[in-house]
Ligand binder design. Structure first.
Ligand SMILES: Nc1ncnc2c1ncn2[C@@H]1O[C@H](COP(=O)(O)OP(=O)(O)OP(=O)(O)O)[C@@H](O)[C@H]1O
Ligand SMILES: CC(=O)N[C@H]1[C@@H]2OC[C@@H](O2)[C@@H](O)[C@@H]1O[C@H](C)C(=O)O
Length: 363
């Protein structure tokens, strides 16, 4: 493969919210984005979701066969309709993440998918980084750097992903290469939608608080937010990353509140953790562009706008697709892996030096 060859790749993401699989086409030479293409979404059924949820926290030595089959089938279903791509970037589903012990666990066999779909598949993006001493997450930052160039940004800005977990990337678009010192700073900010979803599921059997409607009726309990912010995670100097279940007692902290106040306070946790994270940026960002499902939550967006000293807007404001950015990221990273370009560096995962990673499985 020539270094300047543009590859049409479909990337997939099955995120921590366990709602389904996103797939999105991107065209890139592994450095610049040259175009975006078709996108699709395949929801997990309630039964599939239950299998995945029951498998969270499990490692390869545990019995994860049922969950693996759910993930593989869902990806095969959605990817079958992407017929005109050169390559697939397959993130899989994270079940467990413990970089401190040098391990992270994404299920789904990319070699099997390559055979089923007759296309090369790049997968297992995180293992090389954790084995090399990095956090193995977040991995979207190198793609965020390319997005900053694509939108023509000239001043430092932040991409904030509000998924199940929150993560952000500070980008200096004045730099030439994402692995260059001072180009990026990225880390997980704290829990985002996952606790809100868990609460809505427990109380109402609902998947999430649509548009923040319940939170809008409540008030933030500041004492609970302050107690939440005393968690040791917030004293760690970035880069740092989280497992979905790293704050196991988060819902216990709001049990004494009314439902509306409880959800408003969970939103307050997100706003406080993101605001704290922004104070750790090398230079104040000119703006914060929000991606991930949390950008639809009006209470989260209003809270962030109030708390931060710069404009906060969904990535749609700059022409990007906030539902598909992570899927696009793993397409982009697949091409970088195929070209042996770095996908992580000290300022994104804390790894000692910039490295590539992933496995490329030919059909
Ligand atoms: N209209 C909406 N109102 C409020 N919240 C929403 C809305 N739409 C989506 N969300 C939230 O966004 C979540 C899905 O976000 P997203 O797809 O970015 O997460 P993910 O990719 O699974 O997570 P991660 O980035 O942590 O891997 C939903 O579970 C829900 O909590
Ligand atoms: C271990 C893992 O799967 N982490 C996810 C998770 O979901 C959000 C946040 O936590 C981020 O660190 C990461 O995903 C994004 C896509 C990333 O790697 O950039």
């Amino acid at each position: 493969m020539r270094m300047d060859e543009v590859i049409k790749v479909v990337g997939t993401m099955s995120g921590t919210s366990l709602d389904g699989v996103d797939a999105a086409v991107i065209e890139t030479d592994g450095r610049s984005i040259t175009g975006f293409g078709k996108t699709d979404y395949r929801a997990y059924s309630l039964d599939e979701r239950a299998v995945l949820k029951a498998s969270l926290g499990l490692w390869p030595e545990d019995n994860v066969l049922a969950a693996k089959q759910v993930v593989e089938k869902a990806h095969k279903d959605i990817l079958t309709t992407f017929t005109d791509v050169d390559m697939i970037g397959f993130h899989g589903q994270t079940l467990a993440h413990d970089p401190g012990q040098g391990r992270t666990h994404q299920i789904g066999d990319g070699a099997w998918l390559a055979n089923q779909l007759g296309r090369p598949v790049v997968w297992d993006f995180r293992t090389a980084d954790v084995v090399a001493g990095g956090q193995g997450a977040p991995l979207a930052p190198f793609f965020h750097f390319a997005c900053a160039k694509w939108i023509g940004a000239t001043q430092p800005l932040v991409f904030l992903n509000l998924g199940g977990v929150g993560n952000l990337t500070w980008v200096d678009p004045g730099k030439d290469d994402p692995a260059q010192q001072g180009a990026l700073l990225a880390f997980d900010t704290g829990p985002a939608n996952a606790p809100i979803n868990d609460f809505m599921q427990q109380r109402y059997g609902l998947a999430f608080d649509k548009d923040g409607e319940l939170a809008q009726k409540g008030h933030v309990d500041q004492a609970s937010v302050d107690a939440f912010m005393s968690h040791p995670y917030f004293t760690i100097t970035p880069p740092k990353s989280l497992d979905r279940n790293d704050f196991p007692d988060i819902l216990d902290r709001i049990l004494h509140l009314s439902d509306a106040d409880a959800v408003a306070t969970l939103c307050g946790f997100v706003v406080a953790s993101v605001s704290h994270s922004i104070t750790q940026m090398p230079v104040a960002p000119q703006r914060v562009l929000v991606t991930g499902g949390g950008r639809h939550n009006r209470v989260l967006m209003a809270g962030l706008s109030n708390a931060l000293k710069c404009p906060v807007a969904p990535v749609e404001d700059v022409g990007l697709n906030g539902d598909m950015l992570e899927a696009q990221a793993f397409g982009y990273l697949a091409v970088r892996v195929a070209k042996s370009l770095p996908i992580t560096c000290p300022s994104t995962t804390g790894v000692a030096h910039a490295i590539s990673g992933g496995i490329l499985s030919a059909p």
